[in-house]
Design a protein around this ligand. Structure first.
Ligand SMILES: NC(=O)c1ccc[n+]([C@@H]2O[C@H](COP(=O)([O-])OP(=O)(O)OC[C@H]3O[C@@H](n4cnc5c(N)ncnc54)[C@H](O)[C@@H]3O)[C@@H](O)[C@H]2O)c1
Length: 334
């Protein structure tokens, strides 16, 4: 597949008919309408709502056209791509976007993890997955191509792939520092750059949600790389919001408090280090952190997902460059 050619074909279809999805096909389709140039596509497709040809054929590529699969919810008709979707908050956000009606492309470096969670999404017309390493440019491009091949568009992304190496400053290994910068900053950069390229070409706006952390607002101890990268993500989002606002592309952050359910960051070793840092037993860690919140309440992945759905929806159409803090009342800065 010629990625650039496919992307320009899909973007041209989106400019003419944002009510459609298109699926790339490697086989010739009987009755496909041949278009000689990208300029001829608008004429072949007509205005939104008009009947469309079953498929378009352009320079040896075939794209099947269809209305968006039926779904209820504020994100019906949107295609969303989520990084870090095999676990924790990424999976929670993917579940939320899907439940809100979106077609969701799950991506993660953990292929078996993706396979294990994919089965729970019931409607095959609204789910796909791709193994993506967010630190690798080709891999990120291929992940977006998976969504474009399947649905011909991308309307929203949620950047969730992140790590938190827990070391005191004096013991912090350089390779762990560098890895955190690579995943938490370069990974978000590559995801955002690819999404911006596609959304700008489509011409009907979009939404990016960057999962930062309360640690991006208020640092936590023995967490240098996490603090720095999570603060960096906030400013990435603000800069992109400025840069992409005229294209109708909104960029916002979520700063979650501590979320334990399903998180592999909060693995037994990390919990043991947190317990040692606080002078408590490992089984006291979750109640300890809950008690730091104004509400003395545990934050769940669905609480973060609700914020992501809101930020991707038309209800947030005039919000960009912002940080939604979902921490049951723990930090008071933004
Ligand atoms: N859990 C929390 O308390 C909490 C709080 C605030 C913010 N966050 C943020 O939420 C995000 C997810 O955290 P989590 O707790 O769910 O962690 P998690 O470890 O459960 O999930 C992270 C996912 O990212 C994937 N991943 C790691 N490296 C990758 C790479 N190079 N390419 C693609 N995928 C990769 C992992 O395979 C995993 O599935 C992070 O960005 C984190 O900073 C978490």
């Amino acid at each position: 597949m010629d990625s650039l050619k496919l992307r320009s074909l899909c973007a041209t279809i989106q400019q003419a008919r944002p009510d459609l999805i298109s699926q790339f096909s490697e086989q010739a389709i009987t009755g496909a309408t041949a278009v000689a140039s990208l300029d001829a596509i608008a004429a072949a497709l007509g205005a939104p709502g008009a009947t469309v040809p079953k498929a378009l054929e352009y320079q040896g590529m075939t794209v099947e056209l269809a209305p968006c699969p039926p779904a209820e919810g504020p994100l019906a008709g949107q295609v969303a791509l989520v990084s870090g979707a095999a676990s924790g908050l990424g999976l929670g956000v993917a579940r939320g976007l899907y439940a809100a009606g979106a077609m969701v492309c799950l991506t993660d470096i953990d292929g078996p993890g993706l396979d294990a969670v994919r089965a729970e999404f019931a409607d095959p017309a609204r789910i796909c997955s791709a193994v993506v390493n967010v630190t690798n440019e080709e891999s990120v491009i291929a992940g977006f191509d998976a969504a474009i091949t399947r649905w011909g568009r991308v309307d929203a992304i949620a950047c969730c792939a992140g790590i938190a190496p827990p070391f005191e400053l004096v013991d912090f290994p350089l390779d762990k520092w560098r890895l955190a910068l690579e995943i938490n900053l370069t990974g978000y950069f590559l995801m955002g750059r690819e999404a911006a390229r596609i959304m700008k070409a489509q011409g009907h706006g979009g939404s990016m949600v960057l999962l930062s952390s309360k640690s991006g607002l208020e640092p936590s101890k023995a967490n240098s790389a996490y603090n720095a990268t999570k603060a960096g993500e906030l400013h990435l989002a603000r800069g992109w919001a400025l840069e992409l606002g005229r294209d109708g592309i909104r960029v916002n952050c979520i700063a979650p408090g501590n979320v334990f359910e399903g998180s592999k960051i909060w693995n037994p070793e990390y919990i043991a280090k947190a317990a040692a840092k606080k002078g408590i037993q490992p089984d006291e860690v979750i109640p300890y952190y809950n008690n730091l919140t104004a509400m003395n309440a545990e934050i769940k992945p669905e609480d973060i997902a609700n914020a992501a759905v809101f930020l991707c929806s038309a209800a947030a159409r005039r919000m960009t460059g912002q940080v939604l803090v979902v921490d049951a009342g723990q930090v008071w800065t933004r």
